[in-house]
Design a protein around this ligand. Sequence first.
Ligand code: RP5
Length: 160
Amino acid sequence: MKKVAIVMGSDSDLPVLEKSAAVFKELGIPYEAHIYSAHRTPDEAHDFAANARKNGFGAIICAAGMAAHLAGVVAANTTLPVIGIPCKSAVFDGMDALLATVQMPSGIPVATVAVNGGANAALLAAEILAVEDEELAGKLSAKRAADKAKVLEKDSNLKL
Ligand code: RP5
């Protein structure tokens, strides 16, 4: 199975990426995590993206807040699928990062998930890998069914 990369602009983004890592652990997907910033370590961000395909990655998750250019810069340097997570910051509540991540120019796509959407970013990466992996597709279906069962149990226990 291909690996997934988790790249964050700062260690202050870690709580969001812990949700991604939990999904990968649950599904048995190999991953590697890095702190590379589009602004503070631009050379490392570039080199990681440019070499990601030959280094065995199948998808890249990029999380950044504020002027969130990381996902776009990584996407500009690879044709692997890039999933952007806009991270919430104190001043604009994540709207700044959401717009910076989602509004990519035509030709360089970034699949943007919700603000702080670490779990969905990992699930989307898993779905991309599962296109060619029946066993992983089965695990994703089982997770959907288990999540559904949890909601239905809450429904039957609901007292209001
Ligand atoms: C972004 O700026 C990071 O992704 C982080 O969300 C935000 C703030 O970074 P720190 O100042 O906390 O390192 O580049």
